[in-house]
Design a protein around this ligand. Structure first.
Ligand SMILES: *Cc1c(COP(=O)(O)O)cnc(C)c1O
Length: 358
């Protein structure tokens, strides 16, 4: 019986990656970013596997609530904060820490005095131009938060780096300078680094780091592999062969007849497609691992199937195991072939793929 597609999540790899991160930024506290279903690894099981971290971060209120309902007691930070009174009250009820990045959120807090019992994280926009107070607007916002009654338990300061993965570090240094200038003399713990900030060329500092991608064992830097950084992939997307056929020279495989056999070929059909999150943009020749050997994808990715050329392999049959990405075939490499980034592939693993914690 062949095993159909599943994502095997390696809890030990997740914990190993936390230790690699801790060793890279000694003394910093780790806020594990588990938004987007923990980058496809399963929100709750990932958080439970990472029980030793100092805090979790999520993008949406529902994610934070779900973690609390499943018994997660660690601090949880809502990276986008809240936008309505109802959300603010719910966040408060579930003891979630809020990022405050906009004046509207300051006014919400002012209007709901009983909701600042957790730490607040004021976000300063130092160049990303996505969320956060511009440096010139930050002091007034900070002062207003400080003057809330009852006073917030703690006000912390954060910013987000736009280009920490770039080797020359120019953008990062400019952002760090703006952050330092805007926050000079203001007390409170600071958080700046995402994964690329942790492993990049410019040391960024701060009492807290916010790794996402690196936790899952993918490299945040284009010029370094995960293995070089000591990280271990936490997800193996695996499936198996469901048919093997002989394709005579000159015939084509799959939709659009996008691949033609230049010689008689043996083609294995594999149970994985864009319905599972394997991008349709993968071109002919993208590596796929069959029984531990790399073979090329041929033809278009369909919804439920892909085809690979196994002419060079001997013993391939129904049930032969296939790895689409994992320890032996880094997701970064597959992402590059698809013209995208590892983040998108990991988050894109679809709901019909069972996530099994190993
Ligand atoms: C998603 C996110 C992170 C984690 O980024 P990685 O590149 O995956 O490490 C950190 N901080 C903020 C504000 C984020 O939105």
């Amino acid at each position: 019986m062949s095993r159909l597609i599943r994502a095997v999540i390696d809890g030990a790899a997740l914990r190993h990656n936390v230790e690699v991160i801790r060793a890279r930024v000694p003394g910093a506290r780790v806020m594990a970013v588990v938004k987007a279903n923990a980058y496809g690894h399963g929100l709750v099981q990932t958080a439970l596997a990472l029980a030793g971290v100092d805090a979790f971060a999520v993008a949406r209120l529902e994610e934070g609530v779900r973690l609390r309902e499943r018994g997660v007691r660690a601090p949880i930070v809502l990276l986008e904060g809240v936008f309505t009174r109802e959300q603010l009250r719910e966040a408060s009820r579930f003891e979630l820490e809020l990022v405050v990045h906009d004046q509207l959120q300051v006014e919400l807090l002012a209007a709901e005095p009983d909701t600042h019992r957790q730490a607040l994280w004021v976000k300063i926009d130092t160049g990303m131009n996505r969320l956060g107070f511009r440096p010139e607007a930050f002091p007034a916002a900070h002062e207003r938060l400080r003057s809330l009654r009852p006073s917030p338990r703690e006000i912390r300061l954060m910013t987000h780096l736009a280009a920490a993965d770039e080797a020359d570090g120019r953008m990062t240094r400019a952002q760090l300078e703006r952050f330092a200038a805007a926050t000079r003399g203001i007390p409170g713990e600071r958080s700046i680094a995402n994964s690329a900030g942790i492993f990049g060329t410019v040391p960024v500092g701060g009492q807290w780091v916010r790794p996402g991608l690196a936790l899952y064992g993918a490299s945040p830097l284009p010029q370094r592999t995960a293995a070089e950084l000591g990280l271990r992939p936490a997800m193996r997307l695996e499936t198996s062969v469901i048919a093997v056929r002989h394709v005579p020279r000159g015939e084509t495989v799959g939709y659009g007849a996008a691949w033609r056999a230049e010689r008689d070929a043996r083609i294995a059909i594999v149970a994985a497609g864009y319905g599972d999150g394997v991008p349709r943009s993968l071109p002919n020749g993208t590596p796929v691992l069959l029984a531990g050997r790399r073979v090329p994808l041929v033809g278009r990715v369909s919804m439920d199937m892909i085809a690979v050329d196994v002419s060079a392999l001997d013993a391939v049959g129904v049930g032969t195991p296939v790895e689409l990405w994992g320890e032996q075939l880094p997701v970064e490499e597959v992402a590059r072939a698809a013209g995208t980034i590892a983040y998108e592939l990991l988050c894109g693993v679809s709901e019909r793929v069972p996530l099994e914690l190993a």
